[in-house]
Design a protein around this ligand. Structure first.
Ligand code: HEC
Ligand code: HEC
Ligand code: HEC
Ligand code: HEC
Ligand code: HEC
Length: 222
């Protein structure tokens, strides 16, 4: 049979095929490492919920304060998830027949709470407390991201030990007046990082926070 490709074209083809195979392998490896790291940390994962509750709609567009629904965030370790009655203060008046809200009406009728799938969590052996962070002026946004722009809740930060420690060792630049912690778009220091840091340094001093004590193991592992 006549040779279809010249010897040099054949070599080029082989080289090309080799390069394509290599590129596919590398893309696969990249995808795998990216997917497995976000799988491990949970960042950006969205989970299935009994009702497609939108923070973007309720907290963002309607402007309902976080504390209206997460009402123990200032006083206890847990922020708390709202009981069905909280939804019904509005949804007994508006969207009363919406099929999307059927599980909410059923929950009210039967007294069985909605079973939300948890998104933001740390392992049981880690101690976390919302109230102390909120009282010090650590914003919700720093740990949960722009919740007001999330149609469905997702985890914004990795919640790994190193991430907690980075802030514990130098919290000043993260702090703002406690009255503003729930404001997602707050820009009280107008992006003036030095002013922000100065404010934070005053809080650290006033509250007697010792960053070299805040990374002791027994702060978070009790
Ligand atoms: C302060 C009033 C208020 C509360 C409290 C409230 N909602 Fe809503 N909700 C609304 C309004 C207003 C709409 C939008 C209706 C429209 O689109 O015009 C809405 C829409 C919805 C929708 C339709 C989809 C969407 O987001 O547009 C769902 C689902 C929903 N709410 C679920 C809930 C659940 C679950 C709770 C309790 C955790 C809750 N709501 C609490 C006022 C409220
Ligand atoms: C109208 C009630 C309502 C308001 C207002 C609201 N939330 Fe929520 N939030 C919920 C409900 C219901 C869930 C559980 C369903 C879900 O994860 O979307 C939830 C879940 C969350 C979660 C995930 C908890 C977990 O581990 O599963 C975080 C974080 C959160 N909210 C933060 C906020 C912040 C920050 C604000 C203010 C910007 C806010 N929420 C305002 C009702 C509300
Ligand atoms: C310093 C970081 C940090 C800040 C600030 C913070 N959270 Fe959280 N939040 C967490 C961690 C960590 C968890 C997981 C806790 C667990 O697994 O017990 C969590 C869990 C939650 C949950 C799940 C339910 C529960 O009872 O814990 C909600 C809701 C929530 N946060 C809302 C808020 C709101 C609203 C604010 C602001 C007022 C806020 N958080 C500020 C780190 C933070
Ligand atoms: C953005 C900054 C920031 C992040 C992120 C953060 N913290 Fe904190 N945390 C603080 C500050 C500031 C204090 C000290 C509050 C005070 O003493 O006024 C604190 C205090 C605490 C305390 C109480 C310490 C005591 O005095 O007993 C615990 C527990 C804690 N943090 C756990 C965690 C865990 C677990 C994480 C990660 C999941 C975390 N924190 C992430 C800023 C942060
Ligand atoms: C500011 C809070 C905080 C402090 C302080 C802290 N840890 Fe942790 N630690 C965490 C969190 C959150 C996790 C879980 C997430 C993770 O595995 O990174 C964790 C996980 C761990 C794990 C399990 C790791 C794994 O891969 O399963 C060990 C072991 C540990 N910590 C030891 C320590 C020791 C030892 C110290 C003191 C030198 C310490 N931690 C101080 C927050 C903290």
């Amino acid at each position: 049979m006549a040779q279809i490709f010249t010897a040099s074209a054949d070599a080029k083809l082989r080289l090309f095929a080799g390069a394509v195979a290599l590129a596919i392998l590398m893309a696969g490896a990249l995808w795998w490492s990216a997917a497995s790291s976000s799988y491990r940390t949970g960042v950006d994962w969205v989970s299935e919920q009994p009702v497609p509750f939108s923070h973007q709609h309720h907290a963002g567009e309607l402007g309902i304060d976080c504390r209206y629904c997460h009402d123990t965030v200032e006083t206890s370790a847990k922020a708390g998830l709202p009981p069905t009655e909280t939804c019904m203060t509005c949804h007994s008046q508006i969207w009363t027949d919406a099929p999307m809200l059927a599980p909410v009406r059923k929950s009210l009728a039967t007294g069985e709470p909605l079973e939300w799938n948890r998104v933001a969590r740390v392992p049981d052996y880690v101690y976390f407390d919302h109230s102390i962070h909120v009282a010090t002026g650590v914003p919700c946004k720093t740990c949960h991201g722009r919740v007001d722009l999330m149609p469905l809740m997702k985890q914004a930060k990795p919640f790994e030990m190193g991430w907690c420690l980075d802030c514990h060792r130098d919290p000043a630049p993260e702090l703002r007046p406690p009255s503003e912690v729930t404001r997602m778009d707050w820009s009280g220091f107008d992006d003036d990082l030095a002013a922000h840091r100065d404010y934070g340094a005053l809080v650290v001093e006033a509250r007697g926070i010792e960053p070299d004590r805040l990374d002791d193991c027994n702060v978070c592992h009790r």
